[in-house]
Design a protein around this ligand. Structure first.
Ligand code: 5AD
Ligand code: SF4
Ligand code: FES
Length: 357
């Protein structure tokens, strides 16, 4: 095992493999951050190129039956104005996103039971007919539901593990079962979705060892997409007085994820930009290759208040599209014109993960 951070980074660039202790060493010291970020950027360029994939995010309901301690949409939060968009409105927003040039939409909501299998499959089929890729981010569902959504035309599914530490997970997400979360990810893989997961950085009680385990978990399940963001304390939740996660640490976890999963899609997340005004561009230069601009129209964006200070709440889809396009082109990158599926490359690791999947 290597103890020298520079050697660890070099080893990762060659093998795309790291041991837990090596990841912890990288997370502990900030002395070699520049080298880490530059290496992640090189690996990104070599494996997924200079194209940035835009995914149009539709936040269609902020009603949630869950009660995650960190999240503003939790069911016990009475200080939030709730909304849900009608299926026809969701389809209309997707049509508009297509007219703005998006090749993928992400349908995201709290865990809202109003959206039954019938309603969801109707929405998916109508949007699929527009000729774009569909990502769902609607939480834990039954195996049958995941199957029905895939058959209706959904291509990808995001369900963050939030933390791979079972005890911390069950503390942060009361009433939720870590085993079930793992099962959800398994079913999604089984049905052929591109599977996205990810974690929060800086949850109370979360250690660097725990973050190293998160990265190894992403590698173990061979996730297709990984979204990483700092935890931002929300004044309307039980964690209002907690310290939030730092931008640098979130960026490091993201960059190390790129080292070990060279060909996956990694978004520069909205939460990163919320705590650093140039956060998405910095993330794009440290391993990320995806951005998810908000395409929700009207006043709903500010009501989808996961955390305070969320960017773009007063902006329109057209404004966000052109704003992010400019930022991407200013750093010499291009906007992808395809649907941005993961193009798997076999890595150098001995695990055989890529060759088997
Ligand atoms: N800070 C940052 N991210 C949050 N999320 C929920 N609440 C917060 C918060 N306070 C993230 C969770 C969830 C995603 C939709 O939003 O990781 O999976
Ligand atoms: Fe609901 Fe997701 Fe927020 Fe948890 S993180 S309360 S499941 S919207
Ligand atoms: Fe929304 Fe810049 S991406 S205003």
């Amino acid at each position: 095992m290597n103890k020298n951070p520079i050697e660890i980074i070099m080893k990762a660039e060659e093998t795309n493999n790291l041991e837990k202790e090596e990841i912890v060493i990288l997370l502990q010291s900030d002395e070699h951050n520049d080298e880490l970020f530059k290496t992640a950027d090189r690996i990104r360029k070599k494996n997924v190129g200079d194209e940035v994939h835009l995914r149009g995010l539709i936040e269609f309901s902020n009603i949630c039956k869950q009660n995650c301690l960190y999240c503003g949409l939790r069911r016990d939060n009475e200080n939030i104005q709730r909304y849900r968009l009608e299926p026809e409105t969701i389809i209309e927003f997707a049509q508009k996103a297509v007219s703005y040039g998006f090749k993928t939409v992400v349908l995201q909501s709290g865990e809202d039971s109003y959206f039954s299998v019938d309603r969801m499959t109707h929405i998916i089929k109508e949007i699929k007919a527009l000729g774009i890729a569909i990502t769902l981010s609607i939480g834990e569902k039954t195996k049958e539901e995941y199957k029905a959504y895939k058959e209706a035309g959904a291509d990808r599914y995001l369900v963050r593990i939030e933390t791979s530490d079972r005890e911390l997970y069950e503390k942060m997400d009361p009433g939720m079962d870590f085993e079930n979360r793992l099962k959800c990810l398994e079913y999604l893989k089984e049905f052929g979705y591109e599977v996205g997961t990810g974690c929060l950085i800086g949850l109370p009680g979360q250690s660097l060892e725990s973050l190293a385990n998160d990265i190894l978990f992403f590698k173990k399940i061979n996730a297709d997409m990984i979204g990483i963001g700092p935890f931002i304390p929300n004044h309307d939740t039980p964690l209002k007085d907690a310290d939030g996660g730092s931008f640098e640490l979130a960026l490091k976890v993201m960059a190390i994820t790129r080292l070990v999963l060279p060909d996956i899609n990694i978004p520069a997340t909205t939460a990163m930009e919320t705590i650093n005004p140039n956060g998405r561009v910095i993330a794009l230069q440290s391993g990320a290759n995806v951005v998810m601009p908000n395409v929700t129209e009207g006043e709903f964006r500010k009501m989808y208040a996961l955390y305070p200070g969320k960017i773009c709440v007063g902006d329109s889809p057209v404004k966000c599209k052109s704003c992010i396009t400019d930022k991407i082109e200013d750093i010499g990158r291009t906007i992808s014109q395809d649907q941005g599926f993961r193009k798997k490359k076999s890595c150098n690791c001995s695990g055989g993960c890529c060759k088997n999947s």
